[in-house]
Design a protein around this ligand. Sequence first.
Ligand code: PLP
Length: 419
Amino acid sequence: MVNYEAFLSNAAGHMQESGIRKIAAVGLKVPDLVPLAAGFPSAEMFMWDAFREITASQLTGSDPAALQYGQTRGYAPLLGALTEIMAARGVKTRESELIVTTGSQQGLDLVARVLVDPGDVVLVELPSYTGAISAFRNAGATMVGVRQEADGIDLGDLDRILAQQRAAGRRVRLLYVVPNFQNPTGLLISAAKRRQLVEWAARENVLIVEDDPYGALFFDDLSTEADTRPIKADDSEGRVVYLSSFSKTLAPGFRVAWIVAPEVLTSHFEVAKQAIDICAGALDQRVVFQALKQGLLAAHLPELRRHYQSKRTAMEETLRAELGSLVTWQTPRGGFFVWAELPAPIDTDRFIERAVKHGVAYVTGSAFFVEGAGSGRWARLSFSFPPADRIREGVRRLAAAVREEIGQEAAAAAGVARA
Ligand SMILES: Cc1ncc(COP(=O)(O)O)c(C=O)c1O
């Protein structure tokens, strides 16, 4: 018998399975489960007919490059289209600052490989996106959490943590933030704070990694496009590495995303990417480009926003009706997630088993905290994927599970009191 553990690299030994994927895997084994766990976009909204036609048009054989290796930087016409998308978001971008990545997840991996040495400190929001945590962990980073408030990251806490880390002799390289409808909290960083963050990065000589897959999905009852203006838009010094993706707007199956960064850094991302996948998929990039060129994304976005907004409302209405004040959350102004605090004494890590037995899954809060503290009562409920009637059913099941759990806890407490 070969002892394969003995062959593993140190890095492999430190890698951890994604908390989200783990729960998604449990969920798949339960028939009729309502998946409020996975942050998948809505399959109801994929533009099947348009993509079928575009793909066929790319596969006539008249352009052999459609199935060939491409440039590591990305398909040139797509790079051009990305400069226009960035301009519409308020960011003047040269093509030399752009690189197409195989999903933003690869972008995060490239950022971590190129900018982080083992032991370096990466500051992250508390809680933060698990995929970024994994990428930084794989690079050997020490992640330190910064608290959030209703309008995003707490700048006082940011200063305090930075000073603390420096006093301890640690090198702080990056601050990672998801300013628009954060995964998992749904929070939006205010415009004033965004400007202050750019000033902070210059003053403290730190880079900001701005991850923005959800910015286009603002809900017009509570936010506007102006609220989602990237931090990068006011980055005159080149302190911000900006990532975005077509996963949540077109489809994640294409795995087409991009990074905008100062040229020097983009060149390093390019070299790192050469060793990972040589280039992002040629066909995927062409299909995405055609969708942009034909104006399909622009036409689709208002519909997408309405779709997700109505699902958010379905989730909130049912939460209120079924659980009243037992569960608290801040209404998301865009994106995919309700970040819910369940009533004491529920521990969402333990409670997930009961929830799954009732036929509903969520992601436990602990998956998103780099420091365990304060995670136990939180659950990320995604309203993006199931149809609205299933969201309602899922929340009803969650409520039944909560009532059962609290009932048992109350009974247990009463039992203790009697004893
Ligand atoms: C904040 C955040 N960043 C990055 C990603 C990865 O997206 P992609 O599909 O482009 O790899 C996700 C996906 O859920 C996300 O929520």
